[in-house]
Write a protein that binds this ligand. Structure first.
Ligand code: GH3
Ligand code: MG
Ligand code: MG
Length: 330
């Protein structure tokens, strides 16, 4: 075992307390060494058995797992199989740390899904360098994921994320026989706003409008996505019709409360937004697309009348829109 190297610039740059490493080893001395190597840089969790390790992985969802191969009861090979089969844990990189010198064991570790294999006794610098390398890959993967799923102007999740999430929500709602609310927000007379105040001011307004609606929806466990230029899709969990209308009115009001002057608006004298939303009981006979078309129909009605308002209705299992008075909307 070599002595701990002095701190280097490269090492300091890699320090990131947001990362959590779970170390699983039946020998306390090994856990102590691993903790001492990483505790200045990362959050460290330790487990003395595979069983406890799995529990901690589920509870804390670490960024990286350092796993001993030889442990009594359940060994590291058995645990990695469970980790890779677990939908919430399978993405977590696992590095085996082992006293086994056998090439076949190393090959087995990789075949089971390990991303690296480090032999004991540890060389501090090598363990540290390898862990840093894997965390750097995770950092870059997270960044790519962020770019792929977030809109840089508003910092809201984007259409791609919406498509992933709606499908998940939709299938879960079918499983639980529970309804969901899907809606569309569209800024009123935004072309006229850009024309009068310039595109740059338009961008600033877009950011303000989206974050004000995001805040309201967040209070009711809702989530908003930027799915077009000045168009946003959102979810809300199921609720009483009167409560939903109230939440949607709060969203509309939150935009008015920003008091962004819009002298050319035909709706009012400040920037405003219109909303169309439907509550639906997802089933195999309806699709997310049908629901969005219905929300768009409701939005279009607002745009044709006052703008600066929210129009809400139920979409029944036959795909018909029914308003709060029980009347069919065409
Ligand atoms: P309506 O009330 O009927 O929705 O009218 P509108 O003018 O808002 O609708 P329209 O679809 O005619 O125009 C949308 C405008 O939104 C046009 C486009 O320049 C503007 N827009 C879209 N994306 C952005 C953006 O990222 N930044 C800015 N500043 N403007 C955008
Ligand atoms: Mg618009
Ligand atoms: Mg539009």
């Amino acid at each position: 075992m070599t002595s701990e190297p002095t701190d280097t610039i490269a090492h300091r740059r890699n320090t990131d307390k947001r990362f959590t490493i779970l170390c699983i080893d039946d020998e306390s001395a090994n856990l102590k060494v691993l903790a001492s190597i990483f505790k200045a840089d990362y959050q460290i969790l330790i487990s003395k058995s595979a069983k406890q390790g799995l529990e901690k992985a589920i509870q804390y969802s670490p960024d990286l797992i350092l796993l001993d191969v030889l442990m009594p009861e359940e060994n590291g090979f058995e645990l990695i199989v469970k980790l890779k089969q677990h939908s919430e844990l399978s993405h977590i990189p696992v590095i085996f740390i082992t006293g086994l010198q056998n090439v076949d064991d190393e090959e087995k570790g990789f075949k089971l899904g390990a991303c690296d294999y480090i032999q004991k006794p540890f060389n501090y610098s090598i363990v540290r360098a390898r862990v840093h390398t894997h965390l750097e890959i995770i950092r870059q993967r997270n960044l790519l994921d962020k770019f792929a799923h977030f809109d840089s102007l508003t910092e809201l999740p984007n259409r791609r994320k919406w498509e992933n999430d709606t499908e998940e929500h939709w299938n879960l709602a079918i499983e639980n026989t529970s309804s969901i609310i899907i809606g569309i927000v569209d800024i009123d007379c935004f072309k006229l706003y850009n024309d009068r105040y310039g595109h740059q001011q338009g961008d600033i307004a877009l950011r303000k409008v989206s974050s004000s609606i995001k805040r309201v929806l967040f209070d009711y466990q809702g989530k908003i996505y930027r799915c077009g230029g000045e168009e946003f899709f959102f979810f809300l969990p199921p609720n009483k019709d009167t409560e939903i209308q109230l939440i949607l009115n709060l969203c509309v009001q939150s935009v008015i409360d920003l008091a962004i002057l819009h002298a050319d608006s035909i709706a009012t004298n400040v920037l405003s937004a219109s909303i169309g939303a439907v509550q639906v009981l997802p089933s195999t006979t309806l699709t997310i697309k049908d629901t969005l078309i219905s929300a768009d129909t409701l939005l279009y009605q607002v745009k044709k009348s006052t703008r600066n308002a929210a129009n809400f209705a139920e979409l029944n299992t036959q795909g018909m829109l029914i308003n709060k008075d029980g009347q069919l909307i065409l």
